[in-house]
Design a binder for this molecule. Structure first.
Ligand SMILES: NCC(=O)N[C@@H](Cc1c[nH]cn1)C(=O)O
Ligand SMILES: [Zn+2]
Ligand SMILES: [Zn+2]
Length: 475
């Protein structure tokens, strides 16, 4: 069943209103990782509720408890937005997941525009934090419902919305809620669609059947009781920062090789058939170069590069809390520094089998330094990798929808990023999960100058709406 022409026409005719709505969403700085923005994240949930209710969606803001901060204090977790639209037992019920929180963003990070003001340029790119990850897709679902309501068109499926506000910070509280509501809110769901990842390039749509998991670590080195003067105490005491830099340099080589013994043995072996799949995907090394804005790809071998993103683990160093980073030349010896790094996990790695290897290795390396400082290694949050069976009506419907909207066959990909809830939906609810991306590989999610192309926003809205119509008639 193709999406009705009136729907497609409505989306085109309401392009400016849809962009304005995305602008309102981007203007709420719902940064889940920054406690000072927690109220903004909570306000974002209210904003979504106010958009959904007039469209006939029954909305409930589910309280998921408190988040413990490192100083022992507690912050309320942003609610999970549950929505119900339709309860016809003769229709399939589709669970739609998106997240309404965003990564931090400061103009001083290198943004060309205010990150929380949606700023179009003359090529139709819409710049703003969350434009592609994940407010564009979330707002698109609302646009689709609005189009159907305003046109008096019946949706061919029942819908359940699950929109969370902590995805960028480890999805705290969500797994427990899903387990609690398995036989409640989620009971009638037949499959899941998540729109929260990206095409591999700027031209070929894709469907994604796998994501990497993640283990995120904090490495705390502390020594003196307070920050010290380096003139008075340099070459006099063990310096935490010196120990930390040394430890962090032992985690990964500049070529991306992870140095923690035993991790490579956990990775599922590669078969010839699988390797061939990477060789045939529509992808060129220049796609990566365009996306990162520099010619710094690790290898000339296309399959090696794709496997580095999709089916092999990676270890990235993210930052050092407590280190001096301001302008000027402060001659401080920081008393306590925390190194942050994460490992992207692939089948058959889990936080449970990776953590002990990481902790042991770092303590062994620290012991070699013979430092009198102290070391603590903590896993801050994590999630397992996930893979689905793309030979399923959920995927077949998405392929048909993509061909109708983009006139192209989508590539089947695995995603390098992590969306921990995919595995929870699959395991706890026993449902097929589809990742159906809207944005392009060069959107700059998590980066400065994140954007969503107007083309992808508008055609992506048609794609998601068409998918709902196709799924009703696909077996
Ligand atoms: N679009 C999905 C995404 O960006 N997920 C994050 C999840 C995460 C986990 N810890 C911090 N963020 C990702 O980095 O892959
Ligand atoms: Zn996301
Ligand atoms: Zn993200």
């Amino acid at each position: 069943m193709p999406a009705p022409t009136e729907f497609i026409k409505y989306v085109d005719a309401h392009k400016d209103a849809f962009i304005a709505r995305l602008g309102e969403a981007v203007a709420i700085p719902s940064v889940s990782g920054d406690p000072s923005h927690r109220q903004d994240v909570i306000n974002m949930a209210g904003f979504i509720k106010r958009l959904l209710e007039p469209l006939g969606v029954k909305v409930e803001l589910k309280d998921i408890g408190m988040e413990k901060q490192t100083d022992g204090s507690e912050l309320p977790l942003p609610p999970v937005v549950f929505g119900v639209l339709g309860d016809n037992p003769n229709k399939k019920t589709i669970l739609l997941y998106a997240h309404y929180d965003v990564q931090p963003a400061l103009v001083t990070d290198g943004w060309n525009t205010d990150p929380f003001t949606l700023s179009p340029d003359n090529e139709g790119r819409l710049f703003g934090r969350g434009s592609t990850d994940d407010k564009g897709p979330l707002i698109a679902w609302i646009n689709i419902i609005e189009a159907h309501v305003k046109l008096g068109l019946e949706l061919p499926v029942n819908l359940r919305f699950c929109f969370e506000g902590m995805e960028e910070s480890g999805s705290e509280g969500l797994d427990d809620l899903i387990i609690r509501e398995k036989n409640g809110f989620f009971e009638s769901c037949d499959c899941v669609c998540i729109c929260d990842n990206y095409w591999m390039n700027d031209r070929t749509p894709c469907l994604t059947y796998g994501v990497r998991g993640m283990s995120y670590y904090r490495l705390v080195v502390s020594g003196p009781a307070r920050d010290l003067h380096s003139g008075l105490f340099g070459n006099t005491v063990h310096e935490p920062m010196t120990d930390l830099i040394l430890l962090m340099s032992k985690l990964v080589t500049p070529n991306g090789e992870i140095l923690i013994p035993g991790l490579d043995k956990l990775v599922a072996p590669l078969t010839d058939t699988e390797r061939k799949r990477y060789e045939t995907l529509d992808f060129a090394l220049t796609d990566i170069e365009d996306q990162v804005g520099a010619k710094i790809v690790l290898s000339d071998d296309k399959a090696r590069v794709l496997m580095g993103r999709m089916r092999n683990p990676s270890l990235s160093l993210h930052g050092i809390e407590g280190a001096f980073y301001g302008p000027g030349a402060k001659t401080v010896i920081p008393a306590k520094v925390q190194g942050k790094f994460s490992i992207r996990l692939v089948p058959n790695m889990t936080p449970e089998n990776v953590d002990p290897l990481v902790v042991k290795y770092l303590h062994d390396e620290f012991a070699k330094l013979k430092s009198k400082n102290t070391l603590k290694v903590e896993n801050i949050h994590g999630g397992k990798p996930w893979m689905a069976d793309p030979d399923h009506w959920n995927y077949r419907a998405a392929i048909k929808a993509t061909e109708k909207v983009y006139k192209k066959k989508p590539d089947l990909t695995r995603e390098g990023g992590s969306i921990p809830v995919t595995l929870t939906f699959a395991d706890v609810l026993g449902l097929n999960v589809l990742l159906l991306p809207m944005g392009r590989g060069d959107d700059g999610a998590h980066s400065t100058n994140e954007k969503l192309d107007t083309y992808n926003y508008i055609e992506g809205t048609k794609l998601l709406g068409t998918y709902l119509h196709e799924i009703a008639v696909t077996n």
